[in-house]
Design a binder for this molecule. Sequence first.
Ligand code: SF4
Length: 255
Amino acid sequence: MKHKKIAFGDNSKRFSVVEKVLYTFPHHKRLNRSLLIIYDLLYAKFGSRHWWPGDTKIEIIIGAILTQNTAWVNVEKAINNLKREKALSVSRLSDILEKKLARLIRPSGYYNVKASRIKNFLKFVNIRYGGSINRMFKTDLYKLREELLALNGIGQETADSILLYAGNKPIFVIDAYTKRVFSRHGFISQDAEYKEIQSLFMNNLPENAGLFNEFHALIVELGKSMCKSKEPLCSMCPIRSIRRKQNARRSKKTG
Ligand code: SF4
């Protein structure tokens, strides 16, 4: 099916996202209204999250690697160090010695491991795509995903964050907040794996990078501000009344 372009995450409140999606994809058999209603409620509560913070594709990619096992505030410090050194380009990062890179990204924690992961990624881009991030993103989504997953230290969440937020590719990012929220509401089991959770979104929403971008960012905001691991703030939560409807498809598509 050829999808029409649709803007998600804008400030237009004339139509809800459910209305927009049903208008744009009237024959989409796999739509799940519960997911769209959750999106609408979260958007109404939190507004656009303007993700991913970053001026360039390489900055977003480096941020996705640095954010592993640390808070974003620490990533920002590391990114600022790289900016101060004017190091946020494939060529400059490739030229910097790994030891110096580790020192610059020290605030993000695990800095030696992360410096090695960044160097691995740069080697891959240089050898496979002649140092061009744009050429890299011209590759088919699932082929590139496989290539990224083959790199040491790039797991599914990091690969999908790179693909969605730097490459604007329609793939849904899953993290611990997604698992917590959607298992608590009966969409998935508590022990569901990444691929199964991702399939819930990919199989029941229109394939749209803008929607996936905003939806994941909204789930993160919900997880941080309300759906805490202990003592979630359910009485204040905009999606407290939503439960999984039986028509949500769980068949595997991605991965
Ligand atoms: S805070 Fe409560 S109502 Fe909100 S998502 Fe978490 S479990 Fe659900």
